[in-house]
Unconditional design. Structure first.
Length: 457
C-alpha cells in the first residue's frame, strides 16, 4: 500500500505533470499558487483502485466509456461526496465509501458520475474553463483536472489556491443534468445487472439535507441538487419494472475489500481489530488485521496476518504488495525487495507496485536496478510525487545529476512551488544536451515556472 506512516497516519497527496505543453503547465502553476492554499489529498493504493475498477467495469462499459481509461480515485475526506472534473477520472470521498453499506449503492454513485461524463456535462464546463477569468477563480478545479490520476507522498501536497465556494460552483450540476444523469445511471445499472435499489438508497441518504444550512450540508448535496421528484422517479421505475438483478458475490467481495482497506488506514487500529471479526471473507479480515498491527508497530503480528491473507489468495499481487510495504516500513529492506519482486511478477504493469519495488531497491543500495524500475513506473504513471522523489535520488546516485534536476523540477512544479521548480529547471537545462528529451522537459518546466513566478509578483 502506498499510504505512508509516521507517528500518526499520513496520506499521500496528488498532482500531475509530465511532458505536457509549457502553456498548460503554466496555467496549472498559476492556479495552484494563487490565493489561499488548501491541500487536496488522494489515497493512492493499487488494491483500492483495482477493487473500484472491478466494481466500475460493467458500468463504464454500459456507458460507452473505456474502463481502461477512466480512473477511480479516492479523496481523503470524511465528508460524503463524489465528483468528476474531466473525462479521465471519477473522484470518490473516503467518507462516502465508509458510509454506504452495500456494493450496489457505491456502484450507483459510479454510474451517476459516469453519466455526467458520457452525457457531455463535463465537456461543456471544460470548454468554459478556457476563459481566463474562470481559470483564476477555479484554481482547485483545474489543479484537480490536471491531477486526474496523481499520487504523492505524506506531508506533501499540491497547494491549490481556491475558495470553497468557487469549487462548489464549478462542481454544481443543474437539476436538469441531475435528472438526465439519473436516467442514464438507471440504464447503465440495468444493463450491468445491478439493482437500482442502490440509486434509490443513495438518494434517500441525502433526503432532507436541502432543509439544512449550506454549512451543515454534505458536499454531495451542494454539487448534486436533490429533489423529491428524482427519488419518486427512481421509485416509480422500480415499481414498474421490478428488480431482476441477481446477487453478485464478486461485487460484494470487492466492495468489502475496498471499504475494509480504506477504514483500516483511516480509523484507529483498535477500532479495526474490534470489527475485523465481523468480516466473513477471511482474506479481507486478515488484511485488515495486518494493517492494524502494522500501524501499532507490531511486525510479528502484522506479518502473520498478511501471510494468512496471502495463503487464501496466493496469486494476489495486491496482498503481496501490502506485505512489501509492511516490510519496508519496518526497515526489513532485503525481505521487502524480494516481496515487491514477487508482486511485480504478478502485476508487471502496475505503476504503484513498480514504484514500491523501486523504492525497496533504492533502500537496499541497488541503485541501477532501482533506476530501471522507477523509470518503468514513471512511464506508466508520471504523476506520482513520491516516485519522482525516489527517481531523482536514483538518477543522482547513478551519476546523472541533469536528469535528477529535471525530475526534481517536475516534482516541485506539481507541488505548486514554482520558485523551487525554476531553480532545478535552470540547473537541468544547463546540464543536459540541448534538444534531448530531458532538456525539453526541463524547458517546459522552466517556461511555466518563470511565468508563474512573474504572475505572483
Amino acid at each position: 500500500m502506498t499510504f505512508s506512516h509516521g507517528a500518526a497516519m499520513a496520506f499521500e497527496r496528488v498532482s500531475r505533470l509530465a511532458s505536457i505543453p509549457a502553456l498548460f503547465l503554466l496555467t496549472i502553476l498559476w492556479l495552484v499558487t494563487a490565493g489561499s492554499a488548501s491541500a487536496i489529498t488522494l489515497l493512492r493504493d493499487p488494491d483500492i483502485e483495482n477493487g473500484l475498477e472491478e466494481l466500475a467495469f460493467p458500468i463504464l462499459r454500459a456507458a460507452g466509456l473505456n474502463p481502461r481509461r477512466i480512473k477511480l480515485l479516492v479523496v481523503d475526506d470524511s465528508s460524503l461526496n463524489a465528483f468528476v472534473l474531466d473525462h479521465n477520472a471519477i473522484f470518490i470521498h473516503s467518507g462516502l465509501i465508509e458510509k454506504v453499506q452495500r456494493a450496489d449503492v457505491l456502484q450507483a454513485v459510479i454510474a451517476h458520475e459516469a453519466a455526467h461524463i458520457a452525457n457531455g456535462h463535463i465537456a461543456r464546463r471544460i470548454g468554459n474553463l478556457e476563459n481566463a477569468r474562470t481559470l483564476s477563480r477555479l484554481g482547485l478545479g483545474l489543479s484537480l483536472l490536471a491531477a486526474a490520476a496523481g499520487g504523492g507522498e505524506a506531508a506533501m501536497g499540491i497547494a491549490a489556491g481556491t475558495q470553497s465556494s468557487a469549487l462548489r460552483g464549478f462542481l454544481k450540476h443543474t437539476r436538469a443534468e441531475e435528472t438526465a444523469a439519473d436516467n442514464s445511471a438507471v440504464s447503465y445499472l440495468r444493463w450491468s445487472d445491478i439493482s437500482i435499489k442502490g440509486l434509490i438508497d443513495l438518494h434517500r441518504t441525502f433526503a432532507g439535507q436541502e432543509l439544512l444550512s449550506v454549512e451543515r450540508q454534505d458536499p454531495y448535496m451542494q454539487s448534486h441538487p436533490l429533489t423529491r421528484d428524482r427519488i419518486r422517479s427512481a421509485e416509480t421505475y422500480l415499481e414498474s419494472y421490478g428488480d431482476q438483478a441477481p446477487a453478485n458475490p464478486d461485487a460484494d467481495y470487492w466492495f468489502a475489500r475496498v471499504r475494509g482497506k480504506v477504514s483500516a488506514f483511516s480509523r484507529s487500529s483498535k477500532w479495526t481489530l474490534g470489527r475485523a471479526a465481523e468480516e466473513h471473507h477471511r482474506d479481507i479480515r486478515m488484511m485488515r488485521e495486518a494493517i492494524a498491527w502494522h500501524r501499532d508497530r507490531n511486525l510479528a503480528q502484522a506479518r502473520a496476518a498478511i501471510d494468512a491473507a496471502i495463503a487464501e489468495r496466493p496469486d494476489d499481487a495486491y496482498y503481496v504488495e501490502l506485505k512489501g510495504q509492511i516490510l519496508i516500513e519496518h526497515r526489513q529492506t532485503q525481505a521487502a525487495v524480494a516481496t515487491y519482486k514477487q508482486a511485480v511478477d504478478l502485476a508487471p504493469n502496475n505503476a504503484l507496485i513498480l514504484a514500491g519495488y523501486g523504492r525497496a531497491l533504492l533502500g537496499a543500495g541497488q541503485d541501477k536496478a532501482a533506476l530501471e524500475v522507477l523509470e518503468r513506473a514513471r512511464a506508466r504513471d508520471y504523476r506520482d510525487i513520491r516516485m519522482l522523489r525516489d527517481l531523482a535520488v536514483a538518477y543522482s546516485k547513478t551519476g546523472n545529476d541533469g536528469m535528477a534536476s529535471v525530475v526534481t523540477a517536475e516534482r516541485y512544479a506539481l507541488q505548486g512551488r514554482p520558485e523551487d521548480a525554476l531553480i532545478h529547471a535552470r540547473r537541468a537545462v544547463g546540464a543536459l544536451p540541448t534538444g534531448s528529451p530531458g532538456w525539453q522537459r526541463a524547458q517546459d518546466v522552466l517556461l511555466a515556472s518563470e511565468r508563474s513566478v512573474k504572475r505572483k509578483r
